[in-house]
Ligand binder design. Structure first.
Ligand SMILES: *Cc1c(COP(=O)(O)O)cnc(C)c1O
Length: 236
């Protein structure tokens, strides 16, 4: 099942996005076992993303290969567990988080690649900079030693007319293009989940994060503590 899903998705993505850019398929691996994740990697998945630091850490050694993304809401006191272990932190949604990542990266003598998260639908349940503040945030974060801004990430509202949602992706693409025009590090616009990735790719996303479309429905374990609580969004 996983193998067939990955094969079909990679085939469909072969032509790239609306700008003929390569689209990176990131497997969103929350609740999935290392065995399932390894199966996806064997089928051709190159990038994987976790939402929770605890899951990221627990599966780290049992998963073989894959560029490691962090895609969930990140608490300041958990930053230290990710330093040096991520290829891309997609969910940088506030200055104090950027500052903590920068400080700890510098201390470790490394540079951490990040995306700036934008709350494109202005949703209270979601994290991220408001669109109007995102470019200024980009300029601030770009100036921080220890960080390298690689682009932007956003989640579309679950519901909405296709025209409205497509328009939100267009706005994100315009933000991405504005930064990319002056900054060769800017390479990723991460938008698209199982329910909306085709729309996002049609409107210029070049990185999509899929869970259900690769692994099937998610089954959350009975919560033992807050870390295991269901979280389909990246809210705390
Ligand atoms: C879970 C998750 C996804 C993937 O969700 P699906 O609907 O299962 O594809 C993508 N991005 C983030 C931030 C997620 O938490």
């Amino acid at each position: 099942m996983i193998r067939e899903n990955v094969t079909a998705l990679l085939k469909e993505l072969e032509g790239g996005n609306a700008y003929s850019e390569k689209v990176t398929l990131v497997a969103a691996t929350k609740t999935r076992t290392p065995e399932e994740i390894n199966e996806a990697i064997e089928a051709g998945i190159t990038d994987i993303g976790e939402n929770k630091v605890q899951e990221f850490t627990a599966k780290f050694d049992a998963v073989h290969g894959g560029r490691r993304h962090f895609i969930g809401h990140l608490q300041l006191n958990k930053v230290k567990y990710l330093i040096g272990k991520t290829d891309l932190v997609e969910s940088v949604d506030r200055d104090e988080l950027a500052e903590e990542l920068a400080k700890r990266s510098m201390k470790a003598g490394i540079v951490t690649d990040i995306l700036i998260e934008v709350n494109i639908g202005c949703e209270e349940s979601k994290s991220g900079y408001p669109l109007e503040e995102a470019y200024a945030a980009y300029e601030r974060l770009k100036a921080m030693d220890g960080l390298r801004v690689r682009g932007f990430m956003a989640m579309l509202p679950i519901a909405g007319e296709e025209e409205y949602l497509g328009g939100l992706v267009d706005k994100m693409r315009a933000l991405y293009d504005r930064a990319k025009a002056i900054d060769s590090n800017i390479e990723y616009l991460s938008m698209g989940m199982s329910g909306d990735w085709r729309l996002c790719v049609r409107h210029g996303s070049n990185m999509i994060r899929l869970g259900t479309a690769i692994f099937g429905e998610r089954h959350y374990p009975a919560p033992e503590n807050a870390e295991n609580a269901p979280s389909d969004t990246n809210t705390p």
